[in-house]
Design a protein around this ligand. Structure first.
Ligand SMILES: [Zn+2]
Length: 506
């Protein structure tokens, strides 16, 4: 069975989860579920980034010790991920002993390779990014990503990582395997960065206590980015665990586009320095912005994640985000109100009307005209369109263009609704009662049921609970079938189960 190890960026423990965190986890969950439906042995990792200056400050501000603070934040993230139905196999927290142990081993190996040196750093530090900033990185003396906070002037003696030694090797990797960094815009950005030459980077901090001690120099802690990035290997048991043997190198790191440099330059260089093969690929997704502003702890707070989940249910939110946000680009909403309006509109038109009505119509026609018995499957115009859309869907999903996968699934929804209007099963039924044959109506109903079966399988990664409800209404058991079993499973559907409304009107 092919293995597929998938990760997301771990979330920083400085506040509660918001929509910006959710979109990345939902997208990754869609990919994890899709790969499983393709038959892969998937390992899907998410987690929390719990060390560093910002966390320490936030804990102090709340009058708590850092561990108590991060425990509390982790709990609030886990609760929301559970409500959203994430199917992650593991949840790593960088304050865990397993992480501490693996990170120490990684740093020791990089040190043994001669890739750390002591030097004095003097310059700007943005605590928002937890990163050093050059003069040319700043706009009006502030970090463009964190205009609301001052950058600190820092002078400290640190351990530096000899990143500059790895530029050629990284560029070579990217040239040999252009798919290693996607989408293309992100790859171009990294190529330019590498061609411009790399500088060594700080690997330790001397003033931050909340972190993992730097091996061989207890006066320092490991710089939070070295700490955070290594979660992808420490979670699966680096250096000697079975999971590391089984799943590394990762197939895909899903990250926000603003941390591409860390994942496509620093991280592979760190691994090479430790004699570990870098991950196979990185996907930098875009962002939802509201009036041009990225969602953050402070922006877009009127779009509370829990309220959005409760508004139309978790699957509706998953659908909406994956439909609206191109997985290889950004999506701006002029305002929070515009976001909500569009959410309500898509819920009503796409989910309640187009999809919900289709299921309702088909199940009630099979009940009324055939006593609930599903006619044997056969070919025809709708069956052909379904097969084409399914191929389109697979192609889009294999290339992580999730929004296009959803479009393909809804092509079948539209085609099936059109097919009902064209073939007029009620008229066929009337003709049948007037003495005509049964073949025409059987063929129409069978194609409609098969189309809905395919829709259930295609939607399962996006809206897992609702897809199972569709499959159940068609007479299936359990979740919708994997793609390889779809025809066989659809052929075995015996009788429909009329029942609950799939998407009740708000
Ligand atoms: Zn910043």
């Amino acid at each position: 069975m092919p293995r597929f190890y998938l990760t997301t960026a771990i979330d920083y423990s400085n506040g509660d989860p918001h929509l910006g965190h959710a979109i990345e986890k939902i997208g990754a969950d869609v990919i994890a579920r899709y790969r499983r439906a393709c038959g892969d042995d998937v390992h899907f990792l998410i987690g929390m980034d719990e060390h560093g200056q910002k966390v320490q400050q936030e804990a102090e501000k709340n009058g708590l010790d850092p561990q108590t603070w991060v425990d509390r934040i982790a709990e609030s993230f886990l609760e929301v991920w559970d409500r959203l139905g994430l199917s992650n196999d593991d949840f790593i927290r960088t304050s865990e002993p397993r992480h501490h142990r693996g990170l120490t081993a990684l740093m020791e190996r990089i040190a043994a390779n001669g890739d750390f040196r002591r030097a004095t750093y003097e310059g700007h530090y943005c605590a928002g990014c937890e990163a050093f900033k050059k003069e040319e990185d700043l706009t009006d003396g502030r970090c463009p990503l964190h205009p609301g906070r001052e950058v600190d002037w820092t002078k400290e003696e640190n351990w530096f990582f000899r990143l500059s030694d790895y530029g050629d090797a990284l560029l070579g990797r990217l040239r040999d395997d252009p798919g290693g960094v996607r989408p293309r815009t992100r790859r171009n950005e990294i190529t330019r960065l590498l061609e411009g030459g790399l500088e060594d980077i700080s690997a330790s901090r001397s003033r931050i206590r909340w972190g993992v001690p730097f091996p061989g120099d207890e006066g320092h802690t490991v710089y939070v980015w070295f700490d955070a990035l290594s979660n992808y290997i420490t979670a699966i048991g680096y250096p000697d665990g079975d999971g590391f043997e089984t799943f590394w190198p990762a197939d895909l790191h899903i990250i926000g586009k603003d941390i591409t440099r860390f994942h496509c330059v620093y991280w592979p260089a760190m691994l090479m320095a430790a004699g570990v093969e870098p991950a196979k690929s990185v996907w930098g997704h875009g962002f939802i912005t509201i009036g041009g502003f990225k969602l953050s702890k402070s922006a877009g707070t009127e779009l509370g994640l829990v309220e959005l989940i409760e508004r139309h249910g978790p699957d509706a939110l998953r659908y909406f985000l994956m439909r609206e946000v191109q997985w290889d680009g950004d999506r701006d909403f002029p305002s929070a109100e515009a976001f909500i309006e569009q959410f309500d509109r898509r819920y009503t038109t796409d989910l309640a009307n187009d999809l919900g009505n289709l299921l309702n119509r088909v199940v009630s026609m099979v009940s009324r005209y055939r006593g609930g018995g599903v006619p044997s499957p056969g070919g025809g115009e709708l069956a052909q369109r379904t097969a084409l859309a399914l191929a389109e869907y697979r192609k889009a999903m294999d290339g992580y263009l999730l929004h296009r996968g959803l479009e393909a699934a809804f092509d079948v929804v539209r085609a099936a609704n059109g097919f009902v209007d064209e073939t007029k099963p009620w008229a066929l039924h009337k003709a049948e009662r007037a003495g005509g044959g049964e073949d025409a109506l059987d063929g129409v109903l069978a194609q409609l049921v098969a189309a809905l079966g395919a829709i259930a399988s295609m939607l399962a990664p996006f809206t897992p609970r609702k897809a199972t409800e569709i499959w159940s209404a068609l007479g299936g058991e359990g979740p919708p079938p994997r793609f390889a079993d779809l025809d066989h499973a659809a052929g075995r559907l015996a009788s429909v189960r009329p029942g609950a409304v799939l998407f009740p009107r708000a």
